[in-house]
Design a binder for this molecule. Structure first.
Ligand code: G
Ligand code: G
Ligand code: MN
Ligand code: NA
Length: 254
């Protein structure tokens, strides 16, 4: 077998699904957005996670057509989410570095927004610090073009890379997502607590909002809320689930 051939086939045969993990606003305690996370339902191998196929998709360039599918599917699902939650909800999608080098990225995104008639303000792209630093000029150009449409960006896995705040200020980044490695021991490791508080303060002073990832228990919710984190995401609230899960619940429960 060859996973690359299978990946190529799978894109044609639509073996992928986007699941969504909720983000909760700490001031209201309610759903304020979701992050789309890709899954491959392989006919023989079963469920494959991003770590099983995203690196290969990036190496082979297949992340580009796969990413196009993700963009269309997420805009389609965003429309359903807006129906339930209103236009203040946001949909976050992960973008790999290679996707920023795709000349059609802007066209595909603006076409998807038009096709499903979703406001660009509801769409957010997550990229890692490492991705942002790989080809700064190309990434910055793509980000500012998309930023002019009203789309926002967040820095994923923040704290694990090397991006400078001076750099962040020059790009249309509105949110830092603090890596879950800083969150998991926040109640027992003083260093982690100090780091999360410092990132949060600095972010707020620079007009950025902060999302804590990997929130798994009430004690973490309490300390992160006290620290001023704006949004929380993690298994404590929900694993990634199909978009229909949000639509079946009443808005009150979200
Ligand atoms: O769902 P899981 O936690 O295993 O996802 C791990 C990582 O895989 C995410 O943090 C993200 O970096 C990457 N990933 C998930 N979905 C997508 C996607 O649709 N596109 C890209 N480019 N990366 C994704
Ligand atoms: O975009 P990113 O690579 O950060 O994707 C988030 C990944 O983290 C997804 O694969 C998701 O399944 C996983 N994840 C989400 N919430 C939690 C959590 O509370 N704990 C842990 N350990 N992993 C989580
Ligand atoms: Mn992410
Ligand atoms: Na992350």
């Amino acid at each position: 077998y060859c996973l690359e051939t299978e990946l190529r086939q799978a894109i044609k045969q639509k073996e992928f699904q986007l699941l969504y993990q909720p983000r909760i606003d700490t001031t209201t305690g309610k759903l304020c957005g979701v992050e789309g996370l890709l899954r491959w339902f392989h006919p023989l191998r079963g469920l494959l996670l991003p770590s099983d196929f995203i690196p290969l998709a990036e190496e082979t360039g297949l992340i580009v057509p796969l990413g196009h599918w993700v963009i269309y599917q997420s805009c389609y699902d965003l429309l359903k989410l807006i129906d339930v939650c209103g236009e203040q909800v946001s949909m976050a999608i992960n973008l790999s570095f290679q996707q920023f080098k795709d000349a059609r990225l802007f066209t595909v995104i603006s076409h998807a927004l038009e096709k499903f008639d979703v406001p660009p303000q509801c769409l957010e792209f997550e990229l890692t610090e490492t991705a942002m630093m790989q080809d700064e000029a190309a990434v910055a150009a793509a980000m500012s073009a998309l930023g002019k449409l009203g789309i926002t960006f967040s820095l994923d896995d923040f704290g694990t890379g090397f991006s400078s705040f001076a750099h962040i200020q020059q790009l249309p980044i509105s949110t830092l997502k603090i890596d879950r490695s800083f969150i998991c021991k926040i109640n027992s490791n003083t260093d982690d607590a100090v780091i999360v508080q410092a990132i949060t303060n600095l972010a707020h002073n620079l007009n950025l909002s902060v999302v804590a990832e990997g929130v798994e228990n009430q004690a973490q919710v309490d300390v992160l809320t006290k620290m001023g984190c704006d949004q929380l995401q993690g298994f404590f609230y929900s694993p990634p689930v199909p978009i229909t899960t949000f639509c079946e619940r009443s808005t009150d429960e979200l």
